[in-house]
Design a binder for this molecule. Structure first.
Ligand code: NAP
Length: 283
């Protein structure tokens, strides 16, 4: 990495995917991690000053209120962070690549195997903020929206990946209720990061789905992980959406990634295949 290499801001660099991006930055780019401790991205003036001073060559925007329950509890903060802040960064990035991390939860989950051209219809505040932000980002034809699904891995704070959450619960001897009839396309955050760098390198614009090549229920994700950890899955309780009484949930937001696969240099793996091929990794 040379100081003359294009510098790419990674917002949310202290989170799961942002941290992976920092670790996997190709030699042709220089990743600049934007951490909350250094810069509160909601401070528009401070953001503009830093942008002006550093003049990044691109931004991969991972910072977000990424937990759906937090968004449900604080819709104003969710909107300010996920929508207003995203719009501000996209405007500053008018003439440079801007990759925005969105979510499979922009869909209502009635169909599954969603393509980029399918119509969003979010059921949660989190999904709503992502869908709104997508529209704002896509006003610039050179900008990029990446929808991903459940990502796992090792986050700096140890509590961001779904695997980290499940492991903590099981280690504490608690139980977790996981739906047998709610499906996602889980993925290792490292793979998402690799795909993001490749899409940035070719300046791919528009919407792309980046997720695992296998649809799994939340319960099966839990089962696969406990098997990997050599633990009993007795503390994972099989839940059913019909018995659940909380805010609406999308039953099947699995993503079809054919469009991205035509650009990427590697196949997006299934979650179970990736785990098998990376048996040595802490996950
Ligand atoms: N991980 C997934 O399964 C998944 C699935 C679909 C989409 N996505 C999207 O992908 C992106 C990255 O996800 P992730 O899992 O890496 O999220 P994450 O672990 O929650 O990281 C988000 C980061 O953004 C930071 N942040 C939030 N507000 C900020 C602010 N005002 N100023 C500075 N930093 C701020 C957070 O800091 P604090 O830790 O201090 O709050 C955190 O480090 C998000 O947009 C998320 O919605 C993730």
């Amino acid at each position: 990495m040379k100081s003359s290499d294009p510098s790419i801001w990674i917002t949310g660099a202290g989170g799961l995917i942002g941290h992976c991006l920092m670790q996997t930055c190709p030699s042709t780019f220089r990743a600049v991690g934007i951490l909350r401790g250094d810069l509160d991205l909601l401070d528009a003036t401070a953001v503009e000053e830093r942008f002006k001073a550093e003049q990044p060559s691109g931004i991969i925007h991972c910072a977000a209120i990424s937990k759906s329950p937090v968004c449900q509890q604080n819709p104003a903060l969710a909107h300010q962070t996920n929508v207003t802040l995203t719009q501000h960064l996209a405007q500053l990035s008018e003439s440079i690549p801007f990759l925005f991390l969105s979510s499979d939860l922009v869909f209502d989950g009635t169909q599954g195997d969603y393509r980029e051209s399918d119509q969003p219809n979010p059921l949660s505040i989190y999904g709503e903020t992502k869908a709104l932000a997508e529209e704002l980002v896509l006003r610039n034809p050179n900008h990029t929206v990446i929808r991903t699904s459940l990502n796992g891995g090792q986050s700096p704070t140890g509590d961001r990946g779904f695997n980290e959450e499940l492991r903590r619960v099981l280690r504490n001897g608690q139980t977790m209720n996981l739906f047998t009839d709610e499906y996602r396309s889980p993925m290792a955050a490292k793979v998402t990061a690799r795909a993001l760098w490749e899409l940035l390198a070719v300046k791919a614009s528009g919407i792309f789905h980046i997720a695992g090549a296998e649809k799994l229920s939340r319960y099966d994700i839990g089962r696969v992980l406990t098997e990997r950890w050599g633990e009993s899955h007795g503390n994972i309780l099989a839940g059913r959406l019909k018995d659940y009484n909380g805010p609406p949930r999308a039953p099947d937001t699995s993503l079809c990634c054919d469009k991205a696969s035509q650009i990427l240099s590697f196949p997006l793996p299934s979650f179970t295949q990736w785990l098998k091929e990376h048996a040595e990794e802490t996950f």
